[in-house]
Design a protein around this ligand. Structure first.
Ligand SMILES: C[S@@+](CC[C@H](N)C(=O)[O-])C[C@H]1O[C@@H](n2cnc3c(N)ncnc32)[C@H](O)[C@@H]1O
Length: 298
């Protein structure tokens, strides 16, 4: 139970939002997950993957494996060349996959359910809403909103991921969509928008535990989230259509996110909001925890 109300039991589950020929969680356990990304099988770290793998026989099929090391971020060990081109098709948009030095491939599949929800929210607006997407990474949520007809401002501090997001827009036939691509510190950008008098109908944010702006501005979730949410509340106050906060940080589960939304955005009453854990499901229905989400309307 959230401090301010009731966060909904159950979970936001991504699969089958992505069809299994695009993405499939095959198995997980012992801090790792085994996934099929468009026919290429990856074995990667997943701290939330508790317990033993249920299908140990599958793991030898992995074509690439990411090993964390103490001296560096880690490295990939491969049995095959990376697919080229390599991308997944969500239906309304395409996302390019690429191995990164951090063991990611540029898409967080657990967000697929929120992409569907975002598109629904945009479509129910009487005119194209202005959507602010902070910590926007390679742009899954940006493209979900743009494909549904929103005007999107995409903000991330890393130039290379903003360029990657632009490529995703091109791949998706959305190069000419009304998307502003901004390389900036999220908190600084929001403060400037308030001063400039710019306002939005919706905010989407998926902040990391730690991060930094392009000029080294420190982001620490525990300390920085509250003032950022308060500023986002002000940005959307005149005409709010939707609000989505997702998080992968230990200690920031559904109850905490719901309380943050209630305290910083909606005042004492967060009526109509819904918060739940986010899970990825294996084909045989087992659930791997993958963060939490709070959204309004629920
Ligand atoms: C957890 S990822 C977001 C994943 C995204 N929701 C997706 O589905 O692809 C966090 C992102 O925040 C960005 N970031 C970190 N600190 C930032 C800051 N201070 N301002 C803006 N972006 C920041 C990182 O570059 C990274 O792309």
């Amino acid at each position: 139970m959230g401090r301010h109300g009731k966060h909904t039991a159950g979970a936001f589950a991504t699969n089958p939002m992505l069809s299994t020929d695009q993405y499939e969680l095959l198995d997980f356990g012992r801090g790792r997950k085994l996934e099929n990304w468009r026919g290429f099988i990856l074995d990667r770290p997943a701290p939330a993957a508790q317990g033993k793998p249920a299908r140990p026989e599958l793991w030898k099929q992995a074509e690439a494996k990411f090993i964390r090391s103490e001296r560096s971020e880690g490295k990939w060990q491969r049995r095959k060349p990376w697919p080229n081109p390599w991308q997944i098709d969500q239906g309304d948009f395409q996302l390019e996959l690429q191995p990164t030095d951090f063991g990611h491939v540029g898409v967080f599949p657990e967000h697929a359910e929120t992409w569907r929800w975002i598109a629904q929210q945009v479509r129910r607006a009487p005119r194209p809403p202005k959507v602010l997407h902070l910590f926007a990474h390679t742009g899954g949520a940006t493209l979900a909103a743009a494909a549904a007809g929103a005007e999107v401002t995409h903000v991330d501090s890393a130039r290379n991921v903003v360029n990657w997001a632009r490529r995703n827009a091109e791949l998706s036939g959305l190069a000419e969509a009304p998307i502003r691509w901004i390389v900036e510190d999220a908190a600084k950008f929001v403060t400037r928008e308030l001063k400039r008098g710019n306002r939005y109908q919706a905010v989407i944010l998926d902040p990391p535990s730690y991060g930094h702006g392009p000029r080294g501005e420190a982001w620490k979730l525990e300390r920085s989230l509250r003032p950022l949410l308060e500023a986002c509340a002000e940005l959307t106050a005149p005409d709010r259509l939707f609000f989505l906060l997702t998080c992968h940080t230990t200690g920031f589960g559904p109850a905490e996110l719901e309380a943050f939304l209630a305290d910083c955005v909606f005042g004492a009453c967060s009526a109509g909001a819904r918060a739940a854990k986010v899970v990825l499901k294996t084909t045989d229905g087992r659930q791997m925890p993958s963060g939490a989400a709070a959204r309004w309307p629920g």
